[in-house]
Design a protein around this ligand. Structure first.
Ligand SMILES: [Zn+2]
Length: 161
């Protein structure tokens, strides 16, 4: 008899997004994203972090104060990192992300040809940025859907044995 209590595809891909988020150095918000082709192949994965060459220990991670002393001008969001890390044609793909995309990521999602966004957390849904994302997704025909449950990923660090 085969196992029946396996992960669904949605759980699997959102789980990969969560695993990726565990790499984020952001002390407040860790976001992960995973891009999947229509035949269920993972074609991109990312988390929120600094661009290459920008030292995690030198650049700021705070949210308050002068703009240049906050993380905001510097951090690449998970969705954009997943798109940029892919190097594949993303037309027709789905993007799984742990937090609803901001307007800047929404632009990149639309322009890359992604047609479906599956998200989990919508705590930012009332923000102007999220409203702009929805407006653009709807105009561009990008479907967005919330997972009906929150995944919990329990990862134990692998120990050398
Ligand atoms: Zn974003």
């Amino acid at each position: 008899m085969k196992r029946k209590d396996v992960l669904t595809w949605d759980e699997y891909f959102m789980g990969l997004a969560h695993l990726s988020a565990l790499r984020s150095k952001d002390p407040v918000t860790q976001v992960g994203a995973c891009i999947v082709s229509d035949d269920k192949k993972v074609v991109g994965i990312g988390y929120n972090g600094l661009p290459k060459g920008c030292d995690d220990d030198v650049f700021p991670w705070g949210k308050e104060g002068d703009y240049l002393n906050t993380k905001y001008p510097f951090v690449v969001h998970a969705e954009l990192n997943a798109i940029l890390n892919s190097g594949e044609d993303l037309r027709g793909c789905s993007l799984y992300v742990s937090l609803f995309p901001c307007n800047e990521c929404a632009k990149a999602i639309i322009q890359s040809g992604i047609i479906r966004v599956v998200f989990e957390d919508d705590k930012n849904f009332k923000s102007d940025a999220a409203a702009a994302s929805r407006k653009m997704f709807e105009a561009a025909g990008v479907k967005y859907e919330k997972l009906s449950y929150r995944l919990k990923l329990n990862v134990e660090k692998i120990e050398n044995v």
